[in-house]
Design a protein around this ligand. Structure first.
Ligand code: ATP
Length: 447
């Protein structure tokens, strides 16, 4: 299965999805750049999440700053607790997270890189926050952190948003943005990086109703993964129990996706109780209470959090989409993205470069571009052009041919089935919309 990862990383580079950061300088570990197709894919995922959240009357959006007052991270517990146990190999000098060693390696003190036994140091707590300074003097009083999560920007703005929008409990605040973690080991392509994007939503509820809302949001988030094209058979829940439960959480479930390298968390759903607001009240000295008109009392809300990595979700979409099959004795690589997620929605292709076909095709492309990312391609045999689009996951290829000249119809070739049908050029927009909504994962459609 590691083979699939290699093929995916190579396709991502070749086709302009993802490049290594600062590649010409040898790269920077744990950082990646999104190329022309990758950025469309990432934007689509973020947009689908943003719409799912903020099209509701009970959720507001926010974009808070990356640098925040350093006391935020004292209140949140990150200064003290946001650590991983770091061990060193005395032999080969490699460094790892102690909690990711196997039981055998831990007991034998065995290094997972060089294989030597009794060479590991005792674990020490390593704080994952990146530190920097505001202003010209690099002393302790000017020290700030790059945020390791977007959630704290939401907590400190809870009352601002509530008052500005006259929201009543329960309501949520959603935010998409960069987060930074100085991970000890970066692994598995986009899965664990040092700079990544999160999409977080904190749902503020009346105390005592948190367990109910926690169950509600677990279901909502599961359904969303299904809507972006991840099949049920590769999704699973992982419940945090005992020591695994973070300092802030009353209960926590992860949604896991079955990656080629095994199951990995893509989203955490947490019942945080009133931990965050009470901490910020304590440390800032400012009341963060909500006035409940019914009871005429000020209450400290509880929070249910949904915290998802945009880049990890993108990685799940890439892994899910990658498919190889034999077609007429040839290997076909096809990225079977959900059409709403696919970076390019349609390609418009004149069958030949004459008889006015390119002009008609360009006109169709221009009309569709008002709504979608569209690719125009007139180079090479039509079969080869189809294959190029399959490889980047374009769900529809629209071909202008000689029949178009007489009756204004085009053929639409569907990526997964490769079936073609004739459609009036005028009705293309509505046709594509209908097909995108009706799309089913090929494995599920076949079942
Ligand atoms: P892990 O146990 O994998 O380190 P976590 O439990 O610390 O993750 P959370 O703090 O719950 O993760 O973060 C919420 C989401 O943010 C995760 O589900 C994941 O999608 C994303 N995320 C966290 N760390 C990274 C990272 N280093 N690279 C990419 N995405 C990340």
């Amino acid at each position: 299965m590691a083979d699939v990862m290699e093929k995916l990383v190579s396709l991502c580079k070749r086709k302009g999805f993802v490049f290594q950061s600062s590649e010409i300088y040898g790269g920077l570990n744990g950082c990646w750049d999104y190329g022309p197709l990758g950025v469309e894919l990432l934007r689509n995922i973020k947009e689908l999440w943003w719409r799912a959240m903020t099209s509701r009357e009970d959720i507001e959006g926010l974009d808070s700053s990356i640098l925040m007052h350093p006391r935020v991270w004292e209140a949140s517990g990150h200064v003290e607790n946001f650590t991983d146990p770091l061990v060193d190999c005395r032999q080969c000098k490699a460094r790892f997270r102690e909690d990711l060693l196997t039981d055998d390696q831990r007991t034998a003190g065995q290094c997972p890189v060089c294989g030597k036994r009794e060479v590991l140091t005792e674990p020490r707590a390593f704080n994952l926050m990146f530190k920097t300074f505001v202003g010209p003097v690099a002393d302790d009083s000017a020290r700030v952190f790059l945020r390791p999560e977007t959630a704290q920007g939401i907590f400190v703005n809870f009352l601002n948003v509530q008052t500005a929008m006259r929201q009543k409990l329960p309501f949520g605040i959603a935010q998409v943005g960069k987060a930074f973690r100085n991970e000890i080991n970066t692994r598995n392509f986009l899965f664990r990086t040092r700079e990544f994007e999160q999409m977080e939503m904190q749902f503020f509820v009346m105390p005592g109703t948190d367990a109910e809302w926690f169950a509600y949001w677990r279901q909502e988030r599961w359904d969303w993964f299904r809507q972006i094209g991840l099949p049920e058979k590769r999704l699973s829940w992982h419940e945090h129990l005992g020591d695994e439960l973070a300092h802030y959480a009353r209960a926590a479930f992860d949604v896991q996706y079955e990656f080629p390298f095994g199951p990995g968390e893509i989203e955490g759903i947490h019942n945080r109780g009133n931990f965050d607001l009470s901490q910020h009240e304590k440390v800032s000295g400012k009341a963060l209470r909500y006035f409940d008109e019914q009871s005429r009392a000020k209450v400290l809300p509880c929070v249910v959090e949904t915290s998802i990595g945009a880049s990890r979700t993108l990685m799940a979409c890439l892994a899910e989409a990658y498919h190889e099959e034999q077609v007429k004795g040839e290997n076909r690589v096809v990225m079977r993205f959900h059409p709403r997620v696919a970076p390019i929605k349609a390609a418009v292709l004149p069958l030949v470069k004459r008889d006015g076909m390119p002009d008609i095709a360009r006109q169709i492309a221009a009309t569709l571009r008002r709504r979608y990312a569209v690719f125009y391609d007139e180079g090479g045999a039509i079969g080869r052009r189809y294959r190029r689009m399959d490889e980047v996951g374009t769900p529809f290829c629209i071909t202008v041919d000689s029949q178009t000249l007489s009756d204004d119809t085009v053929t639409v070739r569907e990526r997964d089935s490769m079936a073609q049908e004739r459609v009036a050029a005028e009705g293309l927009g509505a046709f594509l919309e209908g097909r995108m909504d009706a799309w089913q994962h090929p494995d599920e459609a076949a079942a």
